[in-house]
Write a protein that binds this ligand. Structure first.
Ligand code: GLC
Length: 549
């Protein structure tokens, strides 16, 4: 968080506007119980590490009771902790420890769907068609002879049809229920008041326990077109994991929910002065659509994924940054930049393709992109391991893969296990200090040998590591008025190079090419993503300068 008091002459400072939040994927962070799966006590033990890195807060991936069909995004009880991850007492200790260290805590809340083991879904299965129990979900009769065809042609995001047929309590094949992800994740019917009321209870449950806000899963979801009509182009709706089926996502009613949740947060803020944050996972087609989710009385922030999906190309980056600044900053909110998360191929690997393996190109570009992101106006999210420069693990054998996408599609194309491999902390061999278990304890996904190079102990000891780049960038963000919230001004550059000025004299430039170019500022950089001699900006490198008049 930069120390602004005044932005454009107005006092607009709210902590979240330029916060840097670290995403903790709990099962892969640190295992304190020795079962090979990370847990909440492990997160607590890792807080000093995160304090040293300098982040403003953490977002915890779901740790609620769950059969783990989609690693916790299938919630069976929204107001408890799965024993795999700890218990409520451990959760309270974590929140208290984070508060002592000045680290804010955001929880992941999953309102679009629950687990098929959720008691209300069990009740719905046991109840009759047309019952109030079924009305909390989307149950419908099938089409065709004997209702053997799904009620409409929608595809699920993770492969296969979006409907599964149930067996009625009397043993006959019966109705179908809607699930936009896996069959283990039935979609809630948000047109039922009870559903909304239960989520409000959940919000208050965790706010009462001291959390600073929520990351909202699938925040453009929740409402479906009331008639559940056929889609004109069902293939397109599910072509990528982030495709938008216009009948299932982004319905106007969802904005009323965010207005209500915002009001709940404001109520807590009015009580104790601590501002709570709602950040949405919003996948919609344009920056303009996205901006509607962050209007002043809705979500504070929504992840801006266009930067993450942009190819390594100066024009592509400039276009998405300009659109975001224009459409999102225009709402009065700030842009929420993100390059990595638990659903995406890590930047080191993504930007490396199709460069030959071992060229280091992907790693250099990922470092440059990080420095660019940290210089942009707004908030930024860092996914665990990103600060270590971890690559995607691309060669996990089929038999260890756990992503339901693999099971549902039979293809490795979109799978997410490779960015979820447990973090290396120390030592030369797996488990690299990840688990406190006895020798031989295996992490839930195997760690490759080369993770030794990226272990946090090693990264902290090497000032050239990615860890130091992130730490230095965060320190400068905290120290310099020019960084964080505010605006940017593009500078003229040669093709393949982006440069912009922030506030009074800070310049950030990125060379997307591979050959060196003259630096836009003559002095020594404050910080650079790689070796950067004075006067030169080498290829695949970003740097920050103060341009003294
Ligand atoms: C979000 C999550 C992803 C999850 C999906 C279904 O996209 O980030 O991990 O599988 O929602 O809940």
């Amino acid at each position: 968080m930069a120390p602004h008091r005044q932005v454009d002459g107005v006092n607009r400072h709210h902590w979240w506007r330029d916060a840097v939040i670290y995403q903790v994927y709990v099962r892969s962070f640190l295992d304190s119980t020795g079962d090979g799966i990370g847990d909440l006590a492990g997160v607590r033990a890792g807080l000093p590490y995160l304090r040293k890195l300098g982040v403003d807060g953490i977002w915890l991936s779901p740790f609620y009771p769950s059969p783990q069909a989609d690693h916790g995004y299938d919630v069976a009880d929204y107001r408890d902790v799965d024993p795999v991850f700890g218990d409520l007492a451990e959760f309270d200790s974590l929140v208290a420890a984070a508060r002592r260290l000045g680290i804010r805590v955001l929880l992941d809340i999953v309102p679009n769907h629950c687990s098929s083991e959720h008691p209300w879904f069990r009740e719905a299965l046991a109840a009759a068609p047309g019952s109030p129990e079924r009305a909390r979900f989307h149950f419908a009769d099938g089409r065709g002879p004997d209702g053997a065809e799904p009620p409409n042609n929608w595809h699920a995001m993770f492969g296969g049809p979006a409907w599964t047929r149930v067996t009625e309590p009397d043993g006959r094949p019966g109705q179908w229920y809607l699930h936009m992800f896996t069959p283990e994740q039935p979609d809630w019917n948000w047109r039922e008041a009870e559903v909304a009321a239960d989520f409000e209870r959940t919000l208050r449950f965790w706010l009462d326990r001291g959390v600073d806000g929520f990351r909202i899963d699938v925040a453009a979801g929740l409402f479906k077109h009331p008639e559940l009509p056929d889609s004109p182009d069902p293939e397109a709706d599910a072509r990528t994991r982030d495709s938008v089926n216009p009948l299932a996502w982004n319905q106007p009613e969802v904005h009323d929910v965010w207005r209500h949740w915002r009001a709940v947060c404001e109520e807590y803020t009015a009580r104790d002065g601590r501002e709570r944050l709602l950040v949405g996972e919003v996948s919609v087609p344009t920056a303009r659509e996205h901006a509607r989710y962050v209007r002043a009385d809705e979500l504070h922030q929504a992840f801006f994924f266009d930067l993450l999906s942009a190819p390594w190309d100066a024009d592509a980056f400039r276009k998405v940054i300009s659109e975001a600044m224009q459409d999102i900053a225009g709402t009065g909110s700030t842009v929420t930049w993100v390059l990595n998360n638990h659903d995406q191929v890590r930047t080191v690997t993504r930007y490396g393709e199709p460069a030959p393996e071992g060229s280091g190109l992907g790693a250099a570009r990922a470092r440059a992109a990080a420095l660019l992101m940290l210089a942009l106006p707004g908030a930024a999210y860092i996914y665990q391991g990103e600060e270590l420069g971890l690559p995607e693990v691309v060669d996990l054998p089929d038999d260890v893969l756990t992503d339901p996408i693999f099971r549902r599609t039979g293809s490795r194309a979109r799978i997410r296990d490779g960015c979820r491999v447990p973090l290396p902390w120390s030592g030369q061999a797996s488990p690299f200090g990840f688990t406190s278990g006895a020798e031989g304890t295996k992490p839930w996904l195997p760690q490759p040998e080369y993770f030794a190079e990226y272990a946090t102990h090693r990264a902290l000891a090497d000032t050239r590591s990615s860890w130091h780049l992130y730490r230095d960038g965060l320190q400068l963000r905290a120290a310099l008025d020019q960084l964080g919230d505010g605006t940017l001004r593009w500078l003229d550059t040669q093709p393949g190079v982006l440069a912009f000025a922030r506030g009074d004299g800070l310049v950030c430039a990125v060379n997307f090419g591979t050959a060196p170019v003259p630096a836009p500022v003559s002095g020594t950089p404050l910080l650079a993503s790689g070796p950067c001699p004075t006067g030169v900006l080498p290829g695949s490198t970003a740097a920050w300068w103060i341009d003294a008049p």
